[in-house]
Design a protein around this ligand. Structure first.
Ligand SMILES: [Fe+2]
Length: 193
């Protein structure tokens, strides 16, 4: 098992008896990896992003235990230290740990997103949260227009929640011609060409 997979197992252990939170980070990790690869992150960036995605919500449990709350701010406040402790124990390099701490500490901050890894983590978290929080299409659309920047993230959000947007853009011209032809036939109009 490589180090990322050991971290994966460690996070499953951390969230034992809490399948909802385990399934959440599994999905955020999977979308992060996919978008990261498609957007051309190098090996080190992808490795750091994967580690960050696995631990990004580590602060939820800490916040609940300490204060009985897990809002975004509490997560950002409590997450980095716990992430550092876990990554250090598993032998991650200092520069990776530092970036993961930063990402865990900012993943609910959507202003001044700096770095493609940060942008991708935010997009992956939104892709999962739109579904898990049961947001309606209108809210998803407004939010997605503001949040999504990568081509891959935009494609996934459209495929998953707005497939009609693709259908329209790809075949609308052909559909319009077919409609006109049907109309002409219905009306029995003969057009000399
Ligand atoms: Fe999350």
């Amino acid at each position: 098992m490589n180090r990322i997979d050991r971290l994966y197992m460690e996070m499953i252990h951390f969230y034992q008896d809490d399948p909802k939170h385990i399934q959440h980070f599994v999905k955020v990790h999977s979308f992060s990896r996919l978008i990261g690869q498609a957007e051309g992150l190098d090996e080190k960036q992808l490795y750091t992003l994967e580690a960050a995605a696995l631990v990004h919500d580590i602060g939820i449990k800490i916040g609940m235990e300490k204060y009985g709350r897990s809002d975004g701010k509490t997560q950002e406040q409590e997450g980095p230290e716990a992430a550092r402790e876990m990554l250090t124990r598993l032998g991650f390099q200092e520069n990776v740990i530092r970036r993961v701490e930063y990402l865990v500490g900012h993943h609910h901050t959507y202003k001044n997103i700096e770095g493609l890894d940060y942008q991708i983590l935010v997009e992956a978290d939104f892709l999962v949260n739109y579904f898990e929080d049961g947001l309606d299409q209108e809210h998803i659309k407004t939010s997605a227009e503001k949040i999504f920047k990568t081509e891959t993230g935009k494609k996934i959000v459209k495929e998953m929640f707005f497939p009609e947007a693709f259908q329209k853009s790809e075949t609308w011209a052909q559909d319009a011609l077919q409609d006109l032809e049907d109309f002409i036939e219905e009306q029995g109009i003969y057009i000399r060409q």
